[in-house]
Design a protein around this ligand. Structure first.
Ligand code: DI6
Ligand code: FE
Length: 387
């Protein structure tokens, strides 16, 4: 998956040398340096090895679920009826506030385990279902704890600007809750990146700008949920702040794609939300290709718009729903997903990178995107250890 290596950069009869948690060497077995000839070896018996997968956009820390709401809608309830019954994002906020740190962790570990079982080594996890200082911090602490209890890397994003709490004035919420929560979370070392939901139903460009200015002052990189349901300038905002990624972007146009290219921002495509919400507007894949914008794919695992717990299924959806090639889908869950998280040492199999890889029972890499609900993982190696 190295850049410029062509589609997959596939090496037939390859060898990987690990040194503790790092890759020391990778290449054709015939070229193995003599210094490694007597090293302890493990034969993978002709299987495909890829970088371990990276899910670069999730909300796996949250209380409760919204299955009843799903059921109500399919029994004919209107959006208003669901909202009156306490549904929607507010119900997840209530559940997340009411759930103890231990119980939030238990549920999040179960979700992380499902991803790990598919060869995932790195998961991005957002806050955003607390919407008060205490619960935003609680969510991020739980996210950090996942990495202590499982062999997985966690990158955290502060998403206080996800929604305004019921009845709150959005501007007052940004200034008196979201920004103080961000500062407090940063002071505890809980924040790797700062995210926001820039949308008609959430926050507008001036509101997100205030959050991004604080992120910049704290030295934190930004990313943004942009142009998911309408085009209100989120992608251009993300580009102005040299965001690591702009996510969703179904309603982005060619000028937005050009702006992402100029700012070296990754486009994170989230087919699970597109599918769940029955969207028809697809992200501008042709324009993203034309301008050379790296495209990542992620589950967006959340209880409302994307209860999707499979990154392999996400790759299939990226191909089937958005027209990505299987090579783009694999780059989207390895090299480009790493870039979306600002991780320079992941997502490719090359010397100096983390020795995190996945070994698959497949003949060709396209099989990873082709199967629907099929998990061909043979084993996962994390930090040089089989896990
Ligand atoms: N985009 C979405 O689709 C979700 N959040 C976001 O920023 C919705 C989250 C939810 O409904 O719980
Ligand atoms: Fe999301």
């Amino acid at each position: 998956m190295c850049p410029d290596a062509g589609d997959y950069g596939l090496i037939e009869h390859g060898a990987i040398v690990t040194n503790g948690a790092e890759i020391a060497w990778a290449g054709p077995a015939a070229d193995l340096p003599s210094a490694y000839k007597n090293a302890k070896t493990t034969s993978l018996e002709g299987r495909l090895v890829t970088p371990a997968l990276i899910d670069c956009h999730t909300h796996i820390v949250h209380g409760g679920n919204r299955a009843l709401e799903f059921e109500m809608r399919l029994n004919g309830a209107s959006y208003e009826e669901v909202a009156r019954a306490g549904g929607g994002i507010v119900s997840t906020v209530t559940a997340t506030r009411e759930t103890s740190e231990d119980d939030l962790l238990k549920a999040a570990l179960t979700r992380a385990d499902a991803l790990i079982a598919e060869g995932v080594s790195t998961i991005e996890v957002k806050s955003g279902y607390g919407l008060d200082i205490e619960t935003e911090l609680k969510m991020l602490r739980v996210a950090r704890t996942i990495a202590k209890q499982r062999p997985v890397h966690i990158s955290t994003s502060f998403l206080g600007a996800h929604a305004a709490p019921k009845g709150a004035d959005p501007d007052a919420y940004i200034d008196t809750v979201c920004i103080p929560a961000l500062k407090a979370a940063h002071a505890e070392g809980l924040v790797d990146m700062v995210d926001g939901f820039c949308e008609g139903i959430a926050f507008d460009v001036p509101q997100i700008t205030r959050v991004f200015d604080v992120a910049r002052a704290l030295g934190l990189p930004v990313k943004l949920h942009a142009e998911q349901l309408s085009n209100i300038g989120g992608t251009q905002l993300a580009a102005r702040y040299c965001a690591q990624s702009a996510d969703h972007i179904e309603y982005a146009n060619e000028a937005d794609a050009a702006a992402l290219a100029a700012s070296d921002t990754v486009a994170v495509l989230l087919p699970g939300a597109f599918y769940t919400l029955h969207e028809t507007q697809k992200p501008p894949v042709a324009a993203l290709r034309k301008h050379g914008v790296p495209m990542a794919l992620a589950t967006d695992w959340n209880p409302g718009s994307s209860p999707l717990g499979s990154l392999l299924l996400t790759m299939n959806m990226g191909c089937t729903l958005f027209g990505l090639t299987p090579a783009e889908a694999l780059a989207g869950t390895t090299r480009h997903a790493a870039k979306a998280l600002g991780l320079a040492d992941s997502g490719t199999l090359e010397a100096g990178n983390r020795a995190d890889f996945a070994v698959w029972n497949v003949q060709t890499p396209a099989e990873l995107s082709y199967g629907i609900g099929i998990n061909p993982l043979h084993k996962r190696v994390f930090a040089g250890q089989t896990t």
